[in-house]
Design a protein around this ligand. Structure first.
Ligand SMILES: [Zn+2]
Length: 99
């Protein structure tokens, strides 16, 4: 079994999230104070776009949420936060809507 087959078990947004965790850890080690470039976590396997986010804001993203460049989408998730630099997507947003 190749490493490529191994990776197929992980969805594209989770895979990108994995890479972004490593970027955040490295940025923290080098004491980045400005915004950090992160990989778009959308569901498009060919997407290679980057967005900028402050490390503190990135660390506050709840588990199960994904970040993308504005306008990109994540399967079964809806954008909950839209900024000029990135969108945050969460699942099950309809249950959070006020009656
Ligand atoms: Zn994307």
């Amino acid at each position: 079994m190749s490493a490529q087959e191994d990776r197929a078990h992980v969805s594209r947004p989770e895979d990108a999230r994995h890479s972004n965790h490593r970027i955040a850890d490295r940025a923290e080690r080098f004491r980045f104070v400005s915004r950090v470039p992160m990989l778009c976590e959308c569901s498009d396997p060919d997407c290679q776009r980057l967005f900028l986010i402050e490390l503190a804001a990135y660390r506050k993203v709840p588990p199960g949420c994904f970040l993308t460049v504005p306008g990109h989408s994540v399967d079964e998730h809806e954008p909950t936060t839209r900024t000029d630099e990135y969108w945050q997507h969460a699942s099950g947003i309809s249950s959070l809507r006020a009656p």
